[in-house]
Design a binder for this molecule. Sequence first.
Ligand code: ADP
Length: 757
Amino acid sequence: MKHKIKILHLEDLKSDAELIERELVKAGIDFQKLVVDNKSDYENAIESFVPDIVLSDNNLPSFDSTGALQILKVKRPGIPFILVTSSMPDEFAVTMLKQGASDYVLKDRLQRLPSAVLGALEKKRTEEIKDKALSELQTTHDMLLFHLENSPMGFIEWDNQLKIKSLSKQAEEIFGWTLDEFNASGRDGYTQVHEEDLAKVKRVGEQLLSGNIKRNKFQHRNYKKDGSVIWCEWFNSVMKDKDGNVTTIMSLVQDITEQKLAEENLKQSEARLKEAQAIAHLGSWQLNFKTGIALWSEEACRIYGLSTDENKQSFESWLAFIHPEDLPSVLAEVEDQIKSLRNSRLDHRIILKNGSIRHIHTESRFELDGNGVPIAIYGIALDTTERHQSHVELLRSEAMLKEAQAIAHTSSWEVDLVTNKQRWSDEFYTIYGITEKEVQPSTEAFLSFMHPEDFAHAQQKILEGFEKLHNSSFTYRFIKKDGTVRTGYTEWKFDFDNSGKPTRIYGIVTDITERKEAEELLQSKNAELIKRNMELDKFVYSVSHDLRAPLTSVLGVVNMAKEDTDDIVIHNHLGLIESCVKRLDVFIRDILDYAYNSKNEVKYEQINFKDLLQDVTRNLKFNNGARKVDVNLHVNESKIFIGDKERIGVVLNNLISNAAWYQNPSATNPMVDIKIDMTDTETNIIVKDNGIGISKEYQPRIFDMFYRASQSSVGSGLGLYIVKEIVEKLNGRIEVASEPGLGTTFNIQLPAATTVK
Ligand code: ADP
């Protein structure tokens, strides 16, 4: 129901009051009116009557309109006040209007009153609506501000130059700038964008400023005041003026650095997971019962020989990969797992599309809903092919090792110093004639088989090994279970951890009984041989030596007999005897030289080659007047030669004797050049003749024992053999170069005496 307008009328003249009332009724205004004529009634009426409007005469006996207006403004501000008076100066009317009167109506123009009343009431109603709207707006604004201030998002208002107009507290906190600081710094929105994102941000910023888009959402990096970089998420909206020009950009911003970091970490850990799966050949999968789709990880696809985009599989497609021989056991396991809803572990083979076979270890478990009903099954697939192959390899190499140990009678053992567990190989037990059941591996058990005479030594060696942590070995006798005494050899090494603590000892035990016996036999045979050789040398030496004296006598007698007879036949016979005896003498001298070389130690002394050569040429082997040869010695006299004079004498004697004997009959000057020189490391002896030379085919054999390379040979074929033996005894080398008809050169290199051991 429409509310009657409550009019409070301040009027002392009843007739005027009625006149006014009539005017209002006439205008059809639905009102309720109270007339008062003094201050106190007026004040009461304001409180109790609660008027919608006040009409006031100007002058009352005890009161006036100015006072009435003041009271109303205090008590009920906003209630319209209309002055209804007979006459009034204009200035007064203006003053009253200024003080807050809504209107004034002269009594002789009362027909204007209804519209003045309605106008004032309408104005009041409009103002009330406006006030309410303003107050609501204020509340909304306050709430928005409150919300913005308390939101984790910062709020920034930009002008169209991207200068900041306002900045919420949270925005200050995010970037570290206050509004004043930022604007004073001369920066704009772009200066705070990370340079790598700037181009992109500018593109988007220009779109916003051009007004082409209303809003956008964007993530990029920003700099804080301290220069540090943060990731921000921006929600930007454009505000335009009535002409459609962009005036403001409102931004909500959130620091998402942590979220980005978490995303990055997630990405990284997903990548690592993928990598780990690839390294470990470990795939994962999940089968959703509702869709029947099994999603396989990249590695699972790779294991099954599929491309990574073939990652949508099914239970049936998986079964198709299973090796037919393993299919029954796989199906039985799956069936049982479904019945009991338990976790499952399964080893089986698969056949890839290319026909190759792989070994797979599969583990799976169910995912249940809130009611315990399985909704999915998920698990892993591990490619164990390599492991399987290495296991087979291991078994094979273990078998080979076992076989090798048995053949070599060598066993292995180890002590884990962390767990103190000891392990002996099968061959260990075989060597000692025991079984694994009878004896537990231990150092005490090992020592218990020791021969009593070797016990102390073995124990000491073991203790020492432990104390010094040195690799070590020893030979010992042990008594087998059947009582036989055998010889063993053990050797061991240590493993250490990073801190140098020993973690393991490992070693071998070899049954060396047969080897030792064979060695001992060889040693005694060797000793016997050396003894026999020495005796033989002695025998040869003394026989040769003892033979020379009678030979010299025979030669003497032959010479005497030759002088005593003129019989030419007897002379010839005696000549033959003489030459035979001489050859025998040469032979015996060769044997003596050979025996000397093998019997005597090398003896170093200073050599004067001139003197040595004189001795040698005096005693040439084939002392035949018809075969004279010029001997030229070239020796570096500034050097002091140290060597085995006796042996080098024999060498020179043989080489010069041969040069004299195998001289070229057509040569006018048979000669032999001997060049001797020395470096820090070597003594070099070159013996060069211009004799008959040696044909190429014979050269390789001339150093052989008893080898004669020509019909004209007179010697025993021992000379060059002895030369080579001597050179080798002196750790040297000899080479021959020869041209038949031109001559022969022997080149000898002997190590310097200082380098000879
Ligand atoms: P032989 O006692 O026969 O001389 P050697 O061992 O001294 O034995 O020499 C072996 C052979 O090498 C000789 O029979 C000879 O044919 C040949 N020979 C050795 N030296 C010379 C040389 N200087 N010139 C030519 N032939 C030589």
